[in-house]
Ligand binder design. Structure first.
Ligand SMILES: Nc1ncnc2c1ncn2[C@@H]1O[C@H](COP(=O)(O)OP(=O)(O)OP(=O)(O)O)[C@@H](O)[C@H]1O
Length: 290
């Protein structure tokens, strides 16, 4: 199974939301990482056929998805970014409603909905109105509707937005569980959402694909660029002036400051540190963490 994106461009007036984006996706989880405005949702929406590209094409198993038409939509599950749900609708009604929009028969829906409710761990809430759900339950309800029809391609746009760490882990585990034999593309700006479940990570910035690869390969690119400076507690402010800091840990005696830099911080006591995907993110997106 191959989903191939070829030279995709999207302009909103003068804003280039996607710039000549090309990629080949096969079975597995892909993390689409980038800050606000990177073009993640634009890409998802074009794949989901909710938005028209300015140019470029998308092929599924070498056939243009425009030719496949509704047959492509049938194999696609899409979880949009934080959506207003129908507050008075019960979860069960919502799922039947979404199943009918996907053209499923009532008996097909019946068969699947029970299984999906079990998978997302919401069986006990099937007859409760969506308005009574917590943030995490709402996100799981949205994942549930995306799973209707057992799609081969699953697009998840910021599935953990606004969730507490426990719910985030729960969603992450759920995604790992449902991704078998599917192409899953997950857009997020939270590195830990995909660090341990993504086969490949794509870094997107201002519409450009700036790097991609397995988390391991991406981290290896930063070897010899991540160090831990060991300093007195009051040294942190000075270090922040000269170095990009990715983490600070303090014990009773010292501050341990993880920095990303092209040359070792010779002026301090330091040791080499192991890069993680968050360091790679900071390296590319140059965000101030202090
Ligand atoms: N409907 C629109 N009209 C005009 N510009 C838009 C529209 N939708 C998105 N954009 C612009 O396109 C660019 C990419 O936006 P997009 O929403 O795809 O990014 P994103 O990576 O999903 O960001 P976020 O995490 O904030 O959702 C941004 O500059 C955004 O302002």
């Amino acid at each position: 199974m191959i989903l191939e994106i070829k030279n995709l461009n999207k302009m909103y007036g003068k804003v280039q939301a996607l710039n000549d984006f090309s990629y080949r996706f096969t079975e597995g989880v892909y993390g689409l990482l980038g800050p606000n405005g990177a073009g993640k949702s634009t890409l998802m929406n074009i794949i989901a056929d909710n938005l028209k590209e300015s140019s470029g094409e998308i092929l599924f198993n070498e056939v243009n998805i425009k030719t496949l038409g509704s047959n492509f939509r049938k194999i696609l599950g899409y979880m949009p970014q934080q959506q207003g749900l129908y507050h008075n609708m019960t979860l069960n009604r919502f799922l039947y409603y979404m199943a009918s929009l996907k053209g499923m028969t009532k008996s097909e829906a019946e068969e699947q909905i029970d299984q999906i409710l079990h998978l997302v761990n919401l069986e006990a809430h099937a007859n409760k109105p969506l308005g009574s759900f917590s943030g995490g339950m709402k996100q799981r309800a949205l994942i549930a509707q995306a799973l209707l029809g057992n799609p081969k391609i699953l697009l998840l746009d910021e599935p953990t937005a606004g969730l507490d760490p426990k719910e985030r882990i729960r969603i992450r585990n759920l995604i790992a569980k449902i991704s078998f034999e599917k192409i899953v593309i997950l857009a997020t700006h939270i590195v830990s959402d995909i660090e341990f479940i993504a086969k490949e990570v794509l870094f997107l910035n201002k519409g450009n694909l700036i790097d991609f690869g397995s988390p391991q390969v991406l981290c290896e690119k930063l070897s010899n660029m991540v160090y831990e400076i060991i300093s007195a507690h009051d040294g942190v402010t000075d270090i922040a002036k000269d170095y990009r800091i990715s983490n600070i840990f303090k014990d009773d005696k010292y501050a341990y400051i993880k920095v990303i830099t092209t040359k070792p911080p010779f002026e301090y006591k330091y040791r080499e540190a192991k890069p993680n995907l968050e360091d790679v993110y900071l390296y590319y997106f140059d965000e101030d963490v202090l």
